[in-house]
Design a protein around this ligand. Structure first.
Ligand code: NAI
Ligand code: MG
Length: 365
């Protein structure tokens, strides 16, 4: 039996509320599957920690996380702590220190009723955004000169390295080949005359190694339009850090909202742990009320199971979530229901356990 060490960083606001439901699912999996077990260690890092200690995580935080098989994060950020501190000093620090340069964000419509797009159905909205996650517009390079003076100058530099650009594009091509899907690159070479011209060139170069993959290349503004008007154009999308961030919020919008959007931060070489998290933030407006939607966080668990080598559990969790949003009996208020976070989590467990849903004990047979 393989044991997996999971680092839990519940974080702030609704983070702990949704992570608790994800952990319930992992415990259920452990109970049902004789191939594996989990050990959990919880790290109490986040904005409260910052207010007390001036730090989002301890100085040796990255060192402490290094040995884990996976990190499961809720959300960070809270009123009173500037967002650029909470985000950069925890989430982005982990992504960069552990070279989690691939961000996998599925844009999958689980039920026709969930999209605000007229006439679009599950078969039209089912793609994967592969976002560059380690550099680009979020590299943090820049300069702030003459602060507060009339001659004030602010420079925010996008950093696109050959290594960083090639590896994300190559990852996307490999994925497209494996899944027999088309690959769309999203960039903006007409306006960003260095970084995005370079991006497009690399996309073309790497593409030569994958003649079997059908490719498209769109400007980000056109792609934003197509996300809404013709999402069926997309199967796999590869794009830069900033564009991927923005486009996947549109992705969340067309598939049922922030309560359903998930993202995996992957270090493909597995030199360091990868991190799984819902895309949403700490939602201070609903924190502590027990009504946060845990489905995005539970979907992250499905991505984690896939990454750990259990695609069967990935599918089972996804099927379960699909059942819940289709039945509509147990949903949180953001999806028009009146159930609590815990009740949705309990329903997931119930469905995973229930043999009448066609699921069986794994591992023992
Ligand atoms: P948010 O995602 O926290 O909330 C946006 C809206 O969506 C709110 O109305 C919220 O109630 C709703 N919402 C989000 N998740 C939900 C869920 N699971 N169930 C039901 N409703 C949900 O984004 P916002 O308000 O811009 O940011 C709040 C804080 O979160 C900020 O401090 C921000 O920096 C931080 N943040 C952290 C992220 C992370 O840790 N990955 C990502 C985005 C924001
Ligand atoms: Mg975002």
């Amino acid at each position: 039996m393989k044991n997996y060490n999971i680092a839990l960083i519940p974080g702030d606001g609704i983070g702990p509320e949704v992570v608790a439901e994800g952990v319930k699912v992992l415990k259920m999996i452990e109970e049902m599957d004789s191939r594996l077990s989990f050990s959990f260690n919880e790290f109490n890092w986040g904005c409260e920690n910052y207010i007390e200690t001036g730090k989002m995580m301890p100085d040796d935080g990255i060192e402490q996380l290094k040995g884990y098989d996976a990190i499961y994060l809720g959300a960070v950020g809270y009123p009173g702590v500037p967002d650029h501190i909470s985000l950069r000093e925890l989430l982005i620090k982990i992504r960069r220190s552990f070279d989690q340069y691939v961000n996998l964000r599925p844009v999958t419509l689980l039920n026709n009723s969930l999209t605000p797009l007229k006439g679009k159905s599950e078969k039209d909205i089912d793609f994967l955004v592969i976002r560059e996650n380690s550099e680009g517009e979020y590299s943090g390079a820049g300069e702030w000169l003459f602060k507060g003076k009339p001659e004030e100058v602010v420079l925010q530099t996008g950093v696109f390295t050959r290594k960083g650009t090639e590896r994300i594009i190559r990852y996307a091509f490999a994925e497209a080949r494996k899944m027999k899907k088309t690959l769309t690159s999203v960039s903006k070479a007409n306006a960003l005359n260095y970084s995005m011209v370079f991006w497009d060139e690399v996309f073309e170069e790497v593409g030569k190694e994958y003649p079997d993959v059908t490719t498209y290349s769109y400007l980000v503004d056109a792609a934003s339009l197509y996300f809404v008007t013709q999402p069926e154009r997309f199967e796999i999308v590869v794009t830069s850090n900033l564009f991927g961030d923005i486009l996947t919020d549109i992705g969340a919008g067309i598939t049922g909202g922030m309560g359903l959007a998930t993202g995996a931060n992957i270090n493909p070489e597995r030199t360091f742990p990868s991190m799984f998290e819902p895309v949403h933030g700490s939602a201070p407006d609903i924190a502590g009320k027990g009504i946060a939607n845990p489905i995005a966080a539970i979907w992250s668990i499905s991505q984690m199971m896939d990454f750990l080598g259990y695609p069967d559990w990935c599918t089972r969790i996804l099927t379960t979530i699909k059942t819940i949003v289709t039945e509509k009996d147990v949903l949180t208020p953001d999806m028009g229901g009146n159930s609590s976070t815990q009740q949705v989590g309990d329903r997931v467990i119930e469905l995973l356990k229930n043999p009448s849903t066609g699921f069986q004990q794994i591992g023992d047979e």
